[in-house]
Design a protein around this ligand. Structure first.
Ligand code: AMP
Length: 285
């Protein structure tokens, strides 16, 4: 496994060598502090490509001024050893100045899919995400890039950006990986105290309960949202940021669930912001 700490030109050179040998390239963009969720993307990329590049970069432009950029957990040595075991070809872990010149002034804005939900509570977040992801696409020029459905809105914003800007990459969405008790894996779970960790179980529990109502015939979005909200509100330690039921492709408002839809939520457990979602009416593949 090749570790490239920063030099963009060297990385380009290495990737083009792999490509000229006929390898297709899979890219897995991450912010590090890896867990089984990230590794599931890596495994998918390894299955589908001859070479896999994993980027590890805590991207400052997607954090708001009062968010946890400085505190975000980092452990590059542990990450590298996990990726080595997975048979990753290249780990790219640039520094801030490798990717953003001090006078960086160009950003990518998606204007519709990113507007509500996390976009409303984290102004500028998706602008930062689109900008870094497009930069990584331009540096690596992967055939395929892998994103988790855990960050469902992010996945759909990226799909829209790729479509709208004619970026020659295939976006692959991968299912949410959970702890055995249902909590979605997240690098931020390390922030949770034992009681917050147990409060957080309500996220998946409330979504599963709503899915049961849906499977039992409840198609009304307001009723499904209400069922999730009331389950979450039973837990004193959680503050609900949003619960929403949206079209699974463009995240537009849904009144009755007829097409594939996503039931998504964001809450705070203490100071930690957690998100989760479940797909309703999924098209079976
Ligand atoms: P992050 O390091 O949090 O930016 O995540 C990097 C990628 O891993 C994103 O595409 C996430 O959606 C994905 N990811 C994070 N957690 C999970 C999870 N529990 N299951 C599946 N994918 C995940």
């Amino acid at each position: 496994m090749l570790r490239m700490d920063g030099c963009v030109d060297e990385l380009r050179k290495k990737v083009s060598e792999l490509k000229s040998g006929g390898a297709s390239i899979g890219l897995v963009p991450t912010m590090g502090f890896l867990h089984e969720g990230h590794l599931s993307l890596v495994r998918k990329s390894r299955e589908e490509n001859q070479a896999t590049v994993v980027s590890i970069f805590v991207n400052p432009t997607q954090f708001g001024p009062n968010e946890d950029f400085e505190a975000y957990p980092r452990d590059i040595e542990r990450d590298a050893s996990l990726l080595e075991k997975e048979g990753v070809d290249i780990v790219f872990s640039p520094s801030r100045t490798d990717l953003y010149k001090p006078d960086h002034s160009t950003f990518v804005t998606e204007d519709t899919v990113s507007r509500d939900l996390c976009g409303a509570s984290r102004p500028g977040h998706f602008r930062g995400v689109c900008t870094i992801v497009l930069k990584l696409f331009n540096i690596i020029v992967p055939d395929r890039a892998y994103f988790g459905e855990k960050d469902f809105q992010q996945l759909q914003v990226i799909r829209r950006m790729v479509r709208d800007l004619n970026i020659p990459v295939t976006i692959r969405g991968c299912p949410i990986v959970r702890e055995p008790d249902g909590l979605a894996l997240s690098s931020r779970n390390v922030y949770l105290s034992p009681s917050e960790r147990s409060d957080a179980l309500a996220l998946n529990r409330s979504l599963k309960e709503a899915k049961r109502c849906f499977d039992g015939g409840e198609k009304n979005a307001a009723a499904l949202v209400k069922s999730v909200r009331s389950e979450l509100e039973k837990v004193e330690g959680l503050a609900v940021e949003y619960v929403a039921l949206r079209d699974a492709f463009d995240l537009s408002i849904v009144e009755e669930v007829e097409k594939p839809s996503v039931l998504a939520l964001a809450v705070r457990a203490g100071r930690t912001r957690l998100i989760d979602n479940i797909i309703l009416n999924e098209v079976s593949s």
